[in-house]
Unconditional design. Structure first.
Ligand code: S3P
Length: 162
């Protein structure tokens, strides 16, 4: 069966749902951020700090195309939908699920986060959140509202859809 790509903003629960869904389906679990760190031998904060966001986006697009297109659940970085070829590639090669969380919920979940280079200036990140919403919508085959839901409940919802 085609792989599942999980898309959504930072803090929408992609990584937790990825592990749980892969476990339930007995598929492999992959995370594009983790694969970038393994392949380029640098952490995401280091890449942003030493090479900048544009280089990170080039790495991300390259890694996306290396992801298995069958029987794998893939958690993607929140900005993967920024490039049209990435959006087209995921929609063509997989089942794309958008995990939506409200801005207030994301702020709550990431209140203490120090690992995400783009999670700094609240006004700027809220504008980024708003600007990405239509891209998540247009890229996805299915959308799931995640506020107040457990990872298990979201996983079962995805299984009922695919
Ligand atoms: C980013 C989200 C991060 C990571 C990088 C950039 C973004 O992944 O790829 O820090 O642009 O939204 P998560 O969505 O897993 O936090």
């Amino acid at each position: 069966m085609q792989s599942v790509f999980l898309i959504g903003f930072m803090g929408s629960g992609k990584s937790s749902v990825c592990t749980c869904l892969a476990d339930r389906l007995k598929w492999k679990a992959k995370d594009t951020d983790h694969e970038i760190e393994l392949y380029y031998e640098e952490t995401i904060p280091q890449i942003f700090a030493t090479k900048g966001e544009d280089v990170f986006r080039t790495y991300e697009s390259h890694i996306l195309k290396q992801m298995p297109i069958t029987n794998t659940v893939i958690a993607t970085g929140g900005g993967i939908i920024g490039k049209a070829p990435n959006r087209e590639w995921m929609k063509k090669h997989g089942i794309v699920i958008y995990l939506h969380a409200s801005w207030n919920e994301i702020k709550r979940r990431l209140a203490d986060d120090t690992q995400r280079p783009l999670w700094k200036d609240t006004i700027a990140v809220q504008a980024l959140f708003k600007s990405r919403l239509p891209l998540y919508e247009e890229t996805s085959h299915y959308q799931i509202q995640t506020d107040q839901k457990t990872v298990d409940a979201i996983t079962e919802e995805i299984i009922s859809l695919i």
